[in-house]
Design a protein around this ligand. Structure first.
Ligand SMILES: [Ca+2]
Length: 378
């Protein structure tokens, strides 16, 4: 576990002890347009889209979001990118996860290929079809990749979680950027001053489609600058409002799930009212995570699993305490050696560029698991 760190820039830091909670925050907060009616009125629910490459840790993020959806706290939509597996397979996997959670949520497959490089998937990390030893029942053929349709479904989203490569996000920013108006964007991506999990410098999502990530950060910064200019605030943004949040490997890999905690989850789901759905979820999580434990053991982490995307979902919604720091981020896309490397200039001292992202600095993994258990098993 790592300690909670605080930013040197007060306006880029959320209190590590007082998490924002957009699901129940008062309407007079700075982000009032995105607050939800805590009564769960469907018309006022926070619309959340998860763009995932499901993926075992994506499956846990989807489980968490599905239960928030089931309780009426959010309105969930799911789109998929190609990364851990193909986009159609990721959609089928997502559909199985959502069915196991007992929710009816639309799933649309996005772009089938990265922007400029060949797609590489990672069956060694996530199993032959993406959910470890679990055999997906949904048919990927039922989810033909269609990035235009997938991105159109983002319209009106209050929050967009990019938990895979940024391919769909880049497409949206190139072809229909207005679809992102009013949307807060959070990406699980990058490794900052820290070894990658794919190359010595690169985190997986950044490595799979580095062009998409670099382009997305550049375009999002331009949109923010234009927005400021339109409001006659012709200056560099001093705060971090509107910047995307990046949840990097250096923080997310501290969220380690061990078998004893999984066992408690599975035992706790026995004999409950919705037994058949719970059994389905138990089977899926058990089979998927057993593979993930085995994989992490083979790479020297131990018989446990890093649950990256779940933490990112909670950070996005402000459901756990965390801290961020703004910085100027660049992504290496052209070099074969350093492809997918993410670099940050915290204070503009190197590049003299304004911040284009808020980067997660710290959270307590125990908060992540407590929140998951509260929502899913509470
Ligand atoms: Ca993912």
């Amino acid at each position: 576990m790592i300690g909670i760190m605080t930013s040197r820039s007060a306006d880029t830091t959320k209190s590590p002890t007082a998490p924002a909670n957009p699901v129940s925050a008062p309407a007079n907060s700075a982000n009032s347009a995105k607050q939800v009616n805590a009564t769960g009125n469907p018309a006022n629910r926070v619309k959340v889209v998860a763009d995932v490459d499901t993926g075992i840790d994506d499956a846990l993020a989807l489980t968490y979001l599905a239960y928030l959806h089931a309780s009426g706290r959010i309105e969930l939509g799911v789109t998929t990118s190609a990364g851990n597996c193909g986009a159609a397979q990721a959609a089928a996997n997502s559909a199985d996860v959502l069915a196991a959670c007992g929710v009816d949520v639309p799933v649309l497959a996005g772009a089938a290929q990265p922007v400029s490089v060949e797609l590489v998937t990672t069956p060694e990390t996530h199993g032959p079809t993406g959910l470890g030893h679990y055999i997906t029942s949904a048919d990927p053929a039922g989810y033909p990749p269609n990035v235009e349709e997938a991105v159109a479904s983002w319209e009106g989203a209050d929050y967009l979680l990019i938990a895979g490569p940024a391919t769909n996000l880049a497409w949206a920013l190139e072809h229909c950027p207005d679809v992102l108006d009013g949307t807060e964007i959070c990406l699980m991506t990058g490794a900052f001053n820290y070894p990658g999990n794919t190359t010595p410098l690169a985190e997986w999502n950044a490595w799979v489609d580095p062009h998409a990530l670099g382009y997305s950060l550049e375009r999002l910064a331009q949109r923010l600058q234009r927005g400021l200019a339109q409001r006659s605030q012709r200056r560099q943004p001093q705060g971090s409002a509107g910047l995307p949040t990046l949840c990097p490997l250096n923080v997310t890999e501290t969220v380690l799930l061990y078998p004893d905690r999984l066992e408690r989850w599975l035992e706790g789901s026995e004999g409950e009212e919705v037994a058949s759905t719970r059994k389905q979820l138990k089977h899926l999580l058990s089979e998927a995570l057993r593979f993930y434990f085995e994989f992490h053991q083979t790479v020297g982490v131990g018989y446990c699993a890093q649950i990256h995307d779940l933490a990112a979902a909670m950070v996005m919604l402000g459901r756990v305490p965390f801290s961020v720091r703004a910085g100027a981020v660049e992504v290496e896309a052209e070099s074969a050696l350093t492809r997918g490397a993410t670099l940050v200039d915290w204070d503009g001292g190197y590049w003299q560029k304004p911040a284009n992202a808020k980067i997660l600095q710290g959270l307590d993994p125990l908060d992540v698991f407590a929140e998951f258990e509260r929502v899913v098993f509470g």
